[in-house]
Design a protein around this ligand. Structure first.
Ligand code: AMP
Length: 171
């Protein structure tokens, strides 16, 4: 199995001081690393039936769409406010300083649909938890939350403790 960690570039103090940003663009440049990442995600999903992959703006869209295609599932974007054109549900969440909001189209998920929630990085878990809340409110059943990267020291997994959580790389 290819070690994907060699494709992750760490950028200190980006986008602000104290953050060690995990840059996935070296991985995206390499077709073998893309294929390996998709294969590892699929292995962790197994043969579970999935109706939709719900992915978080914007880096979540990259592998989210690839996974949807492989799983014969639909794809649903969760976006920052004002980006989605049709009617939306929204949920506000707390940031370190202030608040932010995520939105989803009201027709994106039908009751009982089986969902994979995907993003590139699980940090504090606030973003993923908010996205899960939107999916649950719409009646979706979250089968798994998956991430390329998990920052273990931020304990984001604790916020998602009612869900199955998978990450390909842990730091
Ligand atoms: P959180 O809500 O704290 O789990 O933050 C998750 C979101 O912020 C994800 O959408 C990530 O893309 C982004 N993020 C947080 N920390 C990092 C990091 N160190 N490197 C890259 N992206 C990050």
């Amino acid at each position: 199995m290819t070690n994907l960690s060699k494709y992750i570039r760490e950028i200190p103090d980006f986008p602000k001081e104290g953050i060690r940003f995990k840059d996935i663009t070296p991985l995206l440049q390499d077709s073998d690393a893309i294929k390996e990442s998709v294969a590892q995600f699929l292995a962790r999903i197994g043969d579970q039936k999935i109706d939709k992959v719900v992915a978080i703006e914007s880096r979540g869209f990259l592998f989210g769409m690839l996974l949807a295609e492989k799983l014969n599932a639909g794809f649903v974007p969760i976006r920052k406010p004002g980006k989605l054109p049709a009617d939306t549900y929204s949920e506000v969440y707390e940031l370190e300083y202030g608040k932010d909001t995520l939105e989803i189209h009201t027709d994106a998920i039908k009751k009982g649909e089986r969902i994979i929630l995907h993003d590139d990085v699980l940090a504090t878990g606030g973003t993923a938890k908010t996205a899960c809340n939107l999916v649950k409110k719409m009646g979706g059943e979250i089968v798994q939350c998956n991430f390329l990267i998990e920052l273990l020291f931020l304990n984001g997994r604790n916020k998602l403790n009612s869900y199955s959580v998978e990450s390909l790389l842990k730091y």
